[in-house]
Design a protein around this ligand. Structure first.
Ligand SMILES: [Zn+2]
Length: 339
């Protein structure tokens, strides 16, 4: 077994390791594909704390090669996406099926070893089985689609209403598509023309370059003076939270959306919370939406292929992390573990 580990000298070291046993309720998977997300970069550049000698990379898809006792939903040869969160299955919330309230939740690649390795042992319940019609390249985006879906559910934004997505990233580009699927009108704010062009290419008609235009003015015009019913502030994006807050209409909702483990600048006056009765919520979890996300890719409701800009191999993981840390790109290179 091979694994890239982050040593205390902040460098990645390739380690040869003994094969892990597959305990009851667990499966061993051979990892096929992955990608680098914002939390992976924050772990790599030391901007958030982590266990020593951690294996980075917080999500992956792979194939089941060994099945532990008591596993009923998976068999050898099944393709799976491994969810980024690992729930304890033992606390009161887990026993009630309310996984988002788990008292002992862990995060792959952040609080425990992730997937920069050829094999991993994970809980049966951490896996979502993939139908044949979903490619590995698409499957690695499932967590983004599930978080985007949770954003639509938690904010309660409805068909025909405006959803401002403030700050582009892969997550923002997915959320815009999920909004369109629900016939919600996305309005995209960013500071880079490249991402605004990508949003237009994916069917998002209204875009605002915050460097060239005042987002508040533009959204005032688009919404006929009401401002947006809902604003999703993407925490990994480049737009300040105060700009996002300014775009929320009276009694609207501001959702701060991100993946656990990111580094954020969330300084902002909360005056509008009182003066405009704005509700603020935080979303960092994919909730129970993995099956919905799988259906959306299977039915081609979401185009994730156009977010991919290349492929690298397992041995290129250190270079990819270094490159992405130095010049962040919200479009993704897929890591192909067979290369
Ligand atoms: Zn739990």
């Amino acid at each position: 077994m091979k694994a890239w580990r982050l040593t205390p000298s902040k460098s990645l070291t390739l380690c040869e390791e003994q094969s892990e046993a597959t305990p009851e309720g667990n499966v061993k998977i051979k990892i096929n594909k992955s990608l680098v997300s914002r939390p992976d970069i924050c772990i790599y550049d030391d901007s958030i704390s982590k266990p020593e000698n951690l294996v980075p990379i917080c999500s992956c898809c792979g194939m089941v090669v060994e099945v532990g006792e008591g596993v009923t939903s998976l068999s050898r040869g099944d393709r799976v996406f491994v969810k980024t969160q690992r729930f304890c299955e033992a606390c009161l919330a887990c026993r009630k099926g309310k996984y988002s309230d788990c008292q002992n939740v862990e995060y792959y690649g952040i609080t425990r070893d992730g997937f920069a390795r050829d094999f991993a042992v994970v809980q049966e319940t951490d896996c979502a089985k993939l139908p044949d019609r979903i490619s590995d390249d698409s499957a690695v985006f499932l967590d983004y689609i599930a978080i985007a879906t949770q954003t639509i559910i938690s904010t309660g934004v409805k068909k025909g209403e405006h959803l401002v997505i403030s700050g582009m990233s892969a997550l923002g580009l997915v959320l815009g598509q999920v909004a369109l699927y629900h016939q919600i009108v996305p309005i995209i704010i960013d500071v880079e023309e490249k991402y605004l062009e990508k949003a237009k290419e994916l069917g998002m008609y209204y875009t605002v370059n915050a460097k060239a235009q005042d987002p508040k003015d533009k959204i005032f015009h688009i919404t006929g003076g009401k401002m947006a019913e809902c604003v999703a502030h993407i925490s990994s994006g480049e737009v300040p939270l105060s700009v996002s807050m300014d775009c929320v209409g009276k009694s609207g909702t501001l959702a701060v959306v991100g993946r656990h483990g990111g580094k954020y600048n969330l300084d902002c006056s909360l005056r509008p919370v009182i003066e405009n009765a704005v509700t603020v919520i935080g979303i960092d979890s994919s909730g129970s939406n993995m099956q919905i996300a799988i259906n959306m890719i299977a039915n081609k409701a979401i185009n994730v292929e156009s977010l991919i800009i290349g492929t690298v191999g397992f041995m290129d993981i250190p270079t990819l992390l270094e490159e992405t840390a130095n010049s962040p790109d919200h479009l993704k290179k897929i890591i192909d573990f067979k290369q």
